[in-house]
Design a protein around this ligand. Structure first.
Ligand SMILES: NC(=O)C1=CN([C@@H]2O[C@H](COP(=O)(O)OP(=O)(O)OC[C@H]3O[C@@H](n4cnc5c(N)ncnc54)[C@H](OP(=O)(O)O)[C@@H]3O)[C@@H](O)[C@H]2O)C=CC1
Ligand SMILES: N[C@@H](CC=O)C(=O)O
Ligand code: NA
Length: 353
């Protein structure tokens, strides 16, 4: 049996608990923690998850990361901590989790795309302590992006370029806005629909500024052996300059229609050349051309025909001069939790297969 402690029970964490409850035979959830409450089982027995939300609220005690981690690390090995937050503070604690003998699975991008020192410390400590750290869902949610890149590299392939549409939100916005047929909508209307449907961050500028895509580019770059940094990576922020300093998302949303003409001009220029606009991330593991930008692509390009909020990732390598392409839903609770769940099996297989 594998002991599990879950930090973060929001959208993704709740769905993971649903999936674990429905399909799991190997994993024993013994501890839950959010920013205010924690629920620890008795003597490392499994928690009854049938009413976990209510139990966390009514029987839970004050959230305390130290006691949570100590409880998990005292369970018979193997034990895995799952970080379903987007917290930098939790990410900073990964070296400690590893010191305590825990394995880590997470969709949280912060540890792998922020401070290079933290990233290297996690890699080195995990090697030293034989701790396993899997974070498939940090890029393309459950799509097998990191596992594919890892397999390419460790079997000796040479990665020449990785290019992709890495944001579900920006995929949806530009797929809807920039197309050759169908109903034409204004840019601000599409952003509004995306926000109402819960596709965007609470403030859509946090998607449109490119930081989330930049984090994914840094993660892939580092995995491919290039020490990329958010501080130096060129990132095109598509939020119109005057809207960047507005103090609230509400103000941003009400001012965005003033810039519909700006976006329409960009789209018309692309369409006149039989092209569409797409927001892409590029990883150049050999040179210095990694970047995040809005580009115009011809209709024949695989990224041009993307639908909904799908991600698409193309690996150009020595063995795949015609790129190996992965495509599908790259955001949403179900597919993100799937990526986490499949990472759990990668760890349990090392012990029980
Ligand atoms: N949603 C998606 O499509 C995808 C999400 N991800 C990543 O998955 C992660 C989770 O996303 P999502 O579920 O949407 O986020 P939510 O905001 O819905 O949930 C976050 C959870 O983390 C908890 N939390 C936050 N800070 C702390 C802290 N310091 N200590 C303990 N608990 C904390 C929150 O607790 P409380 O409610 O008490 O504040 C909440 O339970 C993020 O890193 C995100 O980037 C990755 C790929 C796709
Ligand atoms: N906001 C992200 C989801 C998590 O990584 C996206 O739009 O892809
Ligand atoms: Na993935």
């Amino acid at each position: 049996m594998v002991h599990i402690g879950i930090i973060g029970v929001g959208l993704v964490g709740s769905e993971l608990i649903t999936q674990l409850s429905a399909y799991n035979k190997s994993f024993k959830v013994i501890a839950l923690l959010n920013s205010t409450k924690q629920l620890l089982s008795n003597s490392h027995t499994p928690l009854d998850l049938s009413n976990w939300k209510n139990d966390l609220n009514t029987k839970g005690t004050k959230s305390d990361l130290t006691s949570f981690i100590n409880y998990l690390s005292e369970a018979p090995t193997p034990s895995i901590v799952i970080d379903n937050t987007s917290s930098q503070e939790i990410a900073n604690s990964y070296p400690l989790f590893i010191e305590k003998g825990l394995h880590i699975v997470t969709p949280n991008k912060k540890a792998f795309s922020g401070d290079l020192k933290l990233y290297k410390e996690i890699i080195e400590k995990s090697r030293e302590k034989k701790s396993l750290v899997y974070h498939e869902s940090t890029v393309g949610a459950g799509l097998p992006v990191l596992s594919t890149l890892t397999d390419l590299i460790r079997t000796g392939d040479k990665v020449i370029k990785i290019e992709g549409i890495f944001s579900g939100t920006l995929s949806y916005i530009f797929n809807e806005f920039s197309k050759f047929d169908g109903e034409k909508k204004k840019f601000s209307e599409i952003v509004k629909i995306a926000k109402e449907n819960g596709y965007t961050e609470p403030d859509p500028r946090d998607d449109l500024n490119g930081l989330d895509v930049a984090r994914k580019v840094v993660i892939l770059g580092r995995l491919a052996g290039k020490d990329l940094s958010l501080k130096t990576l060129p990132v095109e922020n598509v939020v119109p300059e005057p809207l960047r300093t507005l103090s609230s998302a509400t103000e941003f949303m009400s001012s965005l229609p003033q810039f519909d003409e700006h976006f329409e001009k960009l789209n018309a220029t692309a369409n006149n050349n039989q092209q569409v606009l797409r927001y892409v991330g590029v990883i150049d593991p050999i040179g210095d051309k990694s970047e995040v930008k809005l580009v115009s692509l011809p209709s024949s390009h695989p990224f041009a025909s993307l639908k909904g909020s799908d991600n698409i990732i193309a690996f150009t390598t020595q063995r795949f001069p015609n790129p190996l392409i992965i495509q599908g839903a790259g955001a949403g609770a179900a597919v993100t939790a799937f990526g986490i769940f499949s990472d759990l099996f990668k760890i349990s297989d090392r012990y029980f297969k």
